[in-house]
Design a binder for this molecule. Structure first.
Ligand code: SF4
Length: 402
């Protein structure tokens, strides 16, 4: 077993592409799998069956791994499994040790270390779970964990305690309990399917879950959280879209962190979903050496709009065990937000949030734009730092329209 000491001082990796390059939509191509028939490469099941999951496979495909990555890949099975689709693997630039794609999916030895404040279940989902695999944290909405599988595993995953493990109980029986809970809880009007990745379920299974939820009268709104359009865009087939469009209103939140993830293939998948009438939002996680840079983030949010995806949340990375090397400061997040607000399309500006450790829910993090107020005036600061006064009606009472 290769032992590597993690460095205590984490260097800021350089920006590995120019801001202009990051705006380009480039195909991932078949790369190392160039000899494979295109029909097989496009088959999402082939992509899943041929994921890179072992140290030996990784070493065979990427002989110039860093010692920290070798040790990380060897240790991965003890924590969060390694798994990378061939499609996403082709996006890694192995000539670049700081490649932002590489940092998200190749394990590193630092994952075996714990830093102060790190937790196994940072959002305290487990204690808000009335039945197995269902989280009821907010009054009118629930989160259903419908699978523990993802197309690839993100090294900073908040649910690393759950995903990619040998299942200890059948998701089938959990599903019955979850749907039963929702049907006898009239306060629940919004259901988010997540996991793991719900779009890894086969069409019939997914359709059956959506049908059962739509049969519950008080369930108004359905959402799916998925990273499949980014890790496995081949899965977004016309057949899948034909199923999804039957269950409107249905929204999808994707998870993309860096402009290089938005390839020609990902854009095609996202356009297919948008053409099925599905509103698309994106949730990014702020990650050191991946997107903690104003130029990268601006290129990313603008490119998302070009894929018809509205940047929705930018998450401060949750303090999960073994993620210190990927986390950055809240101050960096605020600097990035300052570089976006007023400097690009309002639709491109996500809400920057911390999912409060201990189960407090998402808390927006913003710098004060309201400097002071009295009964009749408010002092506000705009994106350029200029100060303005807004006069409000002193007699105005909430709810009065005079
Ligand atoms: S896709 Fe989501 S659930 Fe799966 S490993 Fe990544 S962050 Fe975790």
């Amino acid at each position: 077993m290769l032992e590597v000491e993690p460095s205590s001082q984490i260097e800021e990796p350089p920006l590995s592409r120019s801001a202009e390059d990051l705006k380009e939509f480039v195909s991932a191509g078949q790369g190392r799998w160039a000899d494979l028939p295109a029909s097989q490469w496009q088959d999402w099941r082939w992509q899943l069956q041929n994921r890179i999951t072992s140290y030996e496979q990784l070493e065979g495909l990427a002989p110039n791994l860093a010692p920290e990555e070798r040790a990380g890949a060897l240790a991965a099975s003890r924590k969060l499994a390694m798994s990378i689709t061939p499609y996403f693997f082709n996006l890694i630039d192995f000539k670049d040790p700081g490649c932002p794609i590489r940092r998200q999916v190749i394990p590193r030895v630092e994952e075996t270390q714990s830093a102060p404040g790190e937790l196994t279940d940072p959002c305290d989902e487990d204690s808000h779970s009335p039945v197995p695999g269902l989280v009821h944290g907010y009054p009118d909405r629930v989160l259903m964990l419908v699978t523990d599988r993802c197309a690839s595993y993100c090294r900073y995953c908040t649910r690393s305690r759950l995903v990619g493990r040998a299942p200890t109980e059948s998701f089938e029986s959990r599903l019955d309990q979850q749907i039963d809970y929702i049907s006898r809880t009239p306060a629940v009007r919004d259901v988010l399917l997540s996991g793991g990745d719900p779009l890894l379920l086969n069409d019939q299974k997914l359709e059956s879950i959506l049908e059962r939820l739509r049969a519950i009268r008080h369930v108004e709104f359905l959402r799916i959280g998925t990273r499949v359009p980014i890790f496995l865009p081949q899965r977004i087939t016309k057949e899948l879209c034909a199923i999804l469009r039957r269950f409107h209103p249905l929204f999808i939140s994707i998870h993309s962190n860096h402009p290089r993830e938005l390839t020609v293939e990902a854009r095609t998948a996202l356009e297919r979903l948008a053409d099925a009438g599905i509103p698309l939002g994106n949730q990014s996680v702020l990650l050191r050496g991946v997107n903690d840079n104003p130029d990268v983030m601006k290129a990313h949010v603008q490119k998302l709009l070009m894929c018809r995806v509205r940047p929705y949340y930018l998450y401060q990375c949750d303090p999960v065990h073994g993620t210190a090397h990927l986390r950055t400061s809240v101050n960096t997040g605020l600097q990035i937000m300052r570089s976006l607000r007023g400097h690009t399309t309002g639709y491109a500006v996500p809400a920057y949030v911390i999912d409060a450790p201990g189960g407090g829910g998402k808390v927006p993090i913003c710098e004060d734009s309201v400097l002071s107020w009295t009964t009749d005036r408010i002092l506000i600061r705009n994106y350029e730092g200029r100060i303005f006064e807004y006069r409000q009606l002193p007699s105005h009472k909430p709810g009065s329209h005079q």
